[in-house]
Every structure is written in C-alpha cells, then in structure tokens.
Design a protein around this ligand. Structure first.
Ligand SMILES: C[S@@+](CC[C@H](N)C(=O)[O-])C[C@H]1O[C@@H](n2cnc3c(N)ncnc32)[C@H](O)[C@@H]1O
Length: 275
C-alpha cells in the first residue's frame, strides 16, 4: 500500500494525524451534528444537576463540531477535558475557551484522586487493543471520581451487526483505506476500531471496576453506513433546509431505543453508574 501524502498508512493509530486531516477539511459536518444530538439526548436525561467538576474523556466531539461542552457546562461549575492528542485538545480549547482542556491518557490520568463528581466518557474506551486496557482505564476513572460520583459511559456496541462486522475486519483493511484514500476516508470511513463489548459484558466490567450500574441503554439507531454517506452527499449540496430535514429524520430512529431490539440496532451501548 502506498501511503497517501496526507495520511501515512502506518499511522492509523496516530490520533494527531487523524484529527489534523479531519479538522483540515471540516469532515462529516452534518453527521457530527446528528452524533452530538443523539449524545445530548441521553446525556441531558442522565446528567445530575449542580455538579462541581465534570471530566470529559476525549475531546474529539468538541474539536470537530460543537460537541457536548455547552450542555456539560450548563450542569457543572467547571468542565475539564482530556485527550491523548494535542491537536484534538488544542482544537477543542480554541472552539471553547472556557473548557479546561488537557493532553493526557485516560489509562493514566493527570488528575488527583477524587477530583470529579461526574465523568462523561463517550466512545473513548473502545479504541484499545485489549480488555485489560479498558479495565485499567475504568480503574483510573474511578480513582479520579469522588465517592457517590456519576460515570456516564458509552462504547461501540458489539451486539450491533455493523460494529461486529467492523471488529472482524483485519487492521490492514483500515490501513489500506486510510493509506490510499486519506481524504475520502476522513469524509466517510470509520476510524480503526478497538476491543469493545455488548451491554452485558460492559455492565460486568463496570461493576468489577467498583461501580454500581444504575441504568443501561443503547443509542444511535439509524443505519450508520447509509446515514454517513447521505450526510456527505448533503454537505456537497449545501442546502441548510435539506440538512435540517435529514437530521430531523435521523433523530426519529432513536425511537428504536424503546424496543427490545435496542441492543442490536444501537451503535453504542451506554451505562450510568455510581462510584
Ligand atoms: C475518533 S474519536 C471518537 C470519540 C468521540 N467521543 C466520538 O464519540 O466520536 C477518539 C478520540 O479519543 C482520543 N483518544 C484515543 N485514545 C485515548 C486515550 N488513551 N486517552 C485519551 N484520549 C484518547 C483520540 O485522540 C480521539 O480524539
């Protein structure tokens, strides 16, 4: 595989390069609006009000779109964000000057014990190559949380057929796509996935890390491949009214979260847990 000049094939795990390419072309602008809307829908249900300090793991949402910051800030006195990528943390801080963004690894957080009363972690822990790393990250989240604090966690849902299929594709397939078609890939392709679970295994792991799971769910129920491609086409057209109609239609798929099939249709599994 010949590396494309803008994205070297060997560095698909390099979040700085990935984010730089994405941010440079304003990729997935419409899709990210839907992604934010879906996350905000369940976050506003689960976030306790009047928190002192909220920690958000990874700042990708805030770097490439509006993200979740405004809602988190409305529920807490201060919002701290951490991302392993300096490019992502810098872009998020530029967009949201009152966000306290830092560069760090969720497996070894640069914060004191019991610093936060809420931790929001949306699809950060599903980028590792082993279960042990996820367990390490959960232990670290627990360490920085105050007793009685709330953890709101989402992971890619292995019970969803698309996620399950993506999980068995060899890493070289992602390297090929990103190496050959870097710009196009940033517009429509998923980044390489990591180890992840369905809802039952997630609950077991969160409990084993010393949390009490209070609520479970699943979100983002639209057919993702079709929706990302359609969103990309709409971006090329540049019609705000058509974009809004499309986003309204996508959000209606979230009604599927009320059905018993929710842990098959949802792209992410979610838990609210208390330390
Ligand atoms: C592709 S994004 C997806 C997450 C995003 N919240 C979402 O739902 O779209 C992954 C983000 O996690 C960050 N990240 C990856 N590994 C990390 C780690 N070990 N600690 C902190 N951030 C990490 C990356 O830099 C990137 O910004």
């Amino acid at each position: 595989v010949k590396p494309s000049p803008e994205f070297p094939a060997k560095s698909t795990g390099d979040w700085d390069a990935f984010a730089s390419l994405w941010i440079a072309q304003g990729a997935q602008r419409v899709w990210r609006r839907h992604h934010d809307a879906v996350n905000l829908r369940f976050l506003t249900r689960w976030l306790p009000s009047g928190a002192a300090r909220v920690l958000k793991t990874d700042l990708f949402d805030e770097a490439v779109g509006e993200g979740l910051y405004a809602t988190l800030a409305a529920h807490a006195r201060s919002v701290v964000g951490v991302d392993i990528s300096r490019v992502v943390a810098t872009a998020a801080a530029t967009r949201h000057p009152s966000l306290r963004a830092s560069v760090g690894d969720v497996r070894r957080l640069p914060f004191d014990d019991e610093s936060f009363d809420v931790v929001v972690s949306d699809s950060t822990l599903d980028h590792f190559s082993s279960v042990d790393e996820i367990a390490t990250a959960l232990a670290e989240l627990r360490r920085v949380m105050m007793p009685g604090g709330t953890l709101i966690l989402t992971l890619d849902n292995l019970g969803n057929p698309f996620v399950a299929l993506r999980a068995v594709l060899p890493r070289s397939a992602f390297d090929f796509v990103w190496g050959r078609f870097g710009r196009l890939a940033a517009r429509i392709a998923p980044n390489p996935p990591g180890v992840t679970f369905g809802i039952r295994r997630l609950e077991r792991l969160v409990s084993a890390a010393g949390f009490r799971v209070c609520e479970r769910g699943s979100i983002l129920h639209c057919p993702r491949v079709w929706a990302v491609l359609a969103a990309d086409q709409l971006e090329q057209r540049g019609s705000p009214r058509a974009e809004q109609r499309f986003l309204d239609a996508l959000l209606r798929f979230e009604a599927l979260e009320a059905l018993p099939t929710r842990f098959v249709t949802g792209h992410f599994v979610t838990v609210r847990a208390v330390r």
